[in-house]
Design a protein around this ligand. Structure first.
Ligand SMILES: *Cc1c(COP(=O)(O)O)cnc(C)c1O
Ligand code: SF4
Length: 342
């Protein structure tokens, strides 16, 4: 018993030493009732909300909750994170592995679908759980068990045709700088890797994640680094995120954004225009606007293709070409993502 208590005290003390972003990541809201209470919302539908969260837990950093409008059950940011009864409905055509990614996994933790690029699933964890996420049923344990990254590194070393490595997950920026540094050191030994890409939503929900140490790690001359963020709504681009974004751009890191087109979140022209404008102000360029992957539990977010194409056409009429994201969809068995409108 005594030794257990010592362990607990040590852990508490260690928590004080953690960088800001890690403390925020350890202090998430996981209870739908707490989220609703913080936002002055009635607890209607709470039992179903709790049931939906059992399958894919609710997970929201407090900094993100600050961006949500109080008293508005339709808030577009809230809609992305609150588990709702609609997730429990079975909808034909919506399954658990919509991208058939299991077929593209030569070694655990590595996806190879597209020419020259390999995607590393470096962690199953995310700082936020997005209710529309296609990874909500992903068998992370199968990917992350055993020898972790070793096999993936060996596979990459033996494939000179791969010149870009994409760190993904889950969310790679939930890992500590130390862990990311170790992985980058190992990848740096593989001479044919020229581009390093990181896909992450963490900086959108915890802007403090873009800290100086990580910036140093990613702006090393060994790499041309591209950081692809994931913001869906202009209000997600907080003043702090915009400030860091501009700093990182000045450090020579290319910043892009991918969004998912989501009913009730960003499926209107003014919102998408404001999103592109806000990204540009923050030193970030729009890259993709994805049509939703047909994952079970997310059907209520779907936007029909005709409506998506009309929105894209509208963007072309309102913005310079470089602020119009490519409207695209991921389809199993294709040599690239399908671009519906560029
Ligand atoms: C999306 C994706 C990529 C990157 O595709 P780009 O069009 O280059 O952004 C690479 N590998 C996998 C498995 C992907 O899903
Ligand atoms: S951060 Fe990305 S991977 Fe994680 S739940 Fe959200 S969309 Fe899915």
């Amino acid at each position: 018993m005594a030794s257990q208590r010592v362990a607990i005290i040590t852990q508490d003390e260690a928590r004080w030493e953690l960088p800001d972003w890690q403390r925020q990541q350890a202090d998430l809201i996981t209870d739908p009732a707490e989220l609703l209470a913080l936002l002055d919302l009635a607890a209607s539908g709470l039992p179903e909300s709790l049931a939906a969260a059992r399958d894919f837990p609710l997970r929201v950093p407090r900094r993100y909750v600050d961006l949500i409008e109080k008293g508005n059950p339709q808030d577009p940011l809230l809609r992305q994170v609150l588990s709702v009864p609609a997730e429990l409905e079975a909808v034909p055509g919506y399954g658990v592995d919509p991208l058939e990614e299991g077929d593209h996994t030569p070694v655990p933790g590595l996806l190879h679908k597209y020419h020259g690029r390999a995607l590393l699933v470096v962690t199953g964890a995310c700082a936020v759980h997005c209710r529309y996420c296609f990874r909500r049923h992903f068998p992370y344990q199968a990917h992350l068990s055993g020898k972790r990254w070793e096999e993936a590194l060996e596979w990459l070393s033996a494939r000179p045709d791969i010149n870009e490595v994409i760190l993904s997950g889950g969310d790679p920026l939930t890992l500590t700088n130390r862990r990311i540094g170790q992985l980058l050191d190992a990848l740096a030994e593989i001479p044919h890797l020229r581009r390093l890409r990181i896909h992450s939503r963490t900086p959108v929900v915890i802007p403090d994640r873009l800290d100086d140490e990580l910036k140093r790690l990613l702006s090393r001359p060994r790499w041309r680094t591209v950081l692809v963020l994931h913001a869906n709504h202009p209000r997600e681009i907080s003043a702090q995120l915009a400030e860091r974004g501009r700093e990182w751009q000045q450090a020579g890191i290319t910043l892009l954004n991918q969004s998912v087109l989501l009913a009730g979140v960003n499926d209107d022209l003014d919102t998408l225009v404001a999103l592109s404008d806000g990204l540009h102000e923050a030193g970030i360029l729009p890259y993709y606007l994805h049509q939703l992957d047909k994952v079970a539990g997310a059907a209520h977010f779907a936007v029909p293709d005709e409506a998506a194409l009309a929105l894209h056409q509208g963007l072309r009429g309102r913005l310079p070409g470089f602020l119009v994201p490519r409207l695209s969809r991921e389809e199993p068995g294709k040599p690239a993502k399908t671009v519906l409108a560029g």
